[in-house]
Design a protein around this ligand. Structure first.
Ligand code: ZN
Length: 198
């Protein structure tokens, strides 16, 4: 039975389908939106639609960006011979916040997980291997220290080893099971500086 108008129920359902939003929060947000001035609601829905329509993968590193090349890949101030491999764009942002890494990135958009049925072909891995045909000095693997992140790191290092390119893994200063984006900058920096060659 519908306690609310069908429109409100639909809005609650949509919001509740988002990650981290439970039924209660969804209801709270829905009523908040209903009470917002129409202009604010339009601005919110326009932001969602234009983000979806205009955001794309950088053709070099596959981070989410507005143009063909992201600002990092387009910058001549970055060292394009050092690639840091991260699981997602939020992890990239976490490292960028430290302002201490001057290389470039490669965003996998996931990690290998046999239990979830996510294999090497499901993440941006062949795109990484393709980049290694260029002039690359080092690949720093900065996947999370979860089981999936470690599995992915191991897989990547095995792929790269035969090419002779230096491969390193960020130090275990990053807590096991920790999502990179929630880790403070000091810990990230230590992890980066204390990276070990694989
Ligand atoms: Zn890029």
């Amino acid at each position: 039975m519908d306690y609310y108008s069908t429109h409100i129920t639909k809005l609650i359902e949509e919001l509740a389908s988002l990650p981290g939003v439970g039924a209660k929060t969804a209801a709270r947000l829905a009523f908040h939106i209903i009470n917002m001035p129409k202009q604010r609601v339009e601005s919110l829905s326009n932001a969602i639609i234009s983000a979806k329509e205009n955001v794309r993968y950088c053709k070099e590193c596959y981070t989410l960006t507005d143009s063909e090349l992201c600002p990092i890949c387009a910058s001549s101030k970055r060292n394009h011979k050092v690639i840091m491999v991260v699981e997602n764009t939020r992890d990239l942002a976490a490292y960028e916040k430290t302002q201490k890494f001057d290389g470039v990135y490669h965003v996998l958009h996931g990690a290998i997980s046999p239990t979830l049925g996510i294999g090497p072909a499901d993440i941006k891995l062949k795109e990484l291997i393709k980049r290694l045909e260029g002039d690359i000095d080092e690949v720093i693997i900065a996947t999370n220290s979860t089981l999936e992140g470690e599995t992915t790191a191991m897989y990547i290092s095995r792929l790269i080893k035969p090419t002779g390119i230096k491969v390193s893994r960020i130090a275990s200063g990053v807590p096991v099971g920790g999502d990179l984006e929630y880790i403070d900058e000091v810990t990230l920096l230590r992890a980066l500086e204390g990276r070990v060659q694989l």
